[in-house]
Design a protein around this ligand. Sequence first.
Ligand SMILES: Cc1ncc(COP(=O)(O)O)c(C=O)c1O
Length: 453
Amino acid sequence: MQALQQTADLVQADREHLLHPVAPLYELEKTGPFIIAEGHGIFVRDNDGKEYVDGMSALWNVNVGHGRKSIAEAAAAQMSKLAFAPSFWGMANPPSIQLAARLAELTPEGLKRFFFTSGGAESNETAFKLARYYFRMQGQDKYKIIARHGGYHGISLGALSATGVPSYHDKFGPTCPGFLHIPAPYCYGCAFDKVYPQCEIDCAAELERAILREGPETVAAFIAEPVQGVGGVIVPPPEYFPKIEAICKKYDVLFIADEVITGFGRTGKWFGVQNWNVHPDMISFAKGVTSGYLPLGGVALTERIYEGIKRPDTVFMHGFTYNGHPSCCAAALANLDILVGEDLPGNAARVGKYLQDRFQEFYRYEFVGNVRGIGLLAAVELVANRETKTKFAHSLKVGAQVAAAARANGLICRAIGDVLVFAPPLIITRPQVDMLVDRFATALESVQKSLPV
Ligand SMILES: Cc1ncc(COP(=O)(O)O)c(C=O)c1O
């Protein structure tokens, strides 16, 4: 049978047969999907050939940009050689071993052992289970996981229980017991109504208070994204993570850094935690490890955890069929060659600085309340009143209007409420940043003009 090609046919088939993730299903049936068919570098094309700047690297993941033949060839070569071999029961395949050894050269000191998964949620599920299992193997019943409001860790039930964005929980509860949340370091809308630096980083001190309230003997781990992504690109003040690290150490609570977005160069360092020189016990990763060419994720863990779970006459009863999938690992190896060979973390630092500087210009629009970011991760938060930080009425959907106007101008960005977020491919150049900034400025201008005064 001939595959559907024409946009109208695809839209009709989509309406009839696809259930979309994280989508307004009712409205989507009327609007139809936005179909992306091709990509090259930082650009993608829709099914009718219109080109857009991919200001989101698809879903925060296409770090090396679209159309990289070396990744496609590596995956194809591996598929032609071997479809699949499991990693269960002590089996393995060469690409998964090679990838673990290669990652060990790139991950922060002390994290040289890897468990592979197929994505971010599986990685965090693994990290939570590892934390519980590790302590239980030491004879301790530390099982609680502390996460943060605004944190996004995936939406399978365990990961969802750590995710701190209420809209993802609505009508899916109850979530798993043993998970709790504390405020994030969101300085623009501080949960404690304090102002940095007089606040003395009370949001980090809250971790200690939460551990003491729960009982340190019950708390296994704290999980945080180095920079919250879905939460609206929340960059912590410099003192935040060192303080968090010290509290975790004090109470023997494992520190899990969720680097699913921030890993593999996004913030201008290989891993986000390296911006603050802190040392997590585990890093969960996904997205950028293959730049999305094939699904892969994983957890990097310390030898302390590994030694703690490696005991005679016990079996580590955790795993997923696609752990260490050979073609996904081959794609990851080719992707790492590009990230290293083109020093893309370095480009994210240099061009990211330029992007952050140019984004400051958006303050010329009165409804821009806050511009923030690090490396090639940025956000523009819109407010009805800059002085009072009053938000727009939800029904106005101002953020969605700006994202739609940007798309009409040939720029894809994402509206999370009234926060517009950006994560362009790490290969972006300065002239391309100018293009992105100009297109977004036009969108801001047109929406600001249309707002009721
Ligand atoms: C920080 C973070 N963790 C975990 C996840 C979940 O990853 P996945 O959708 O691959 O399960 C995401 C996805 O966006 C994420 O941003």
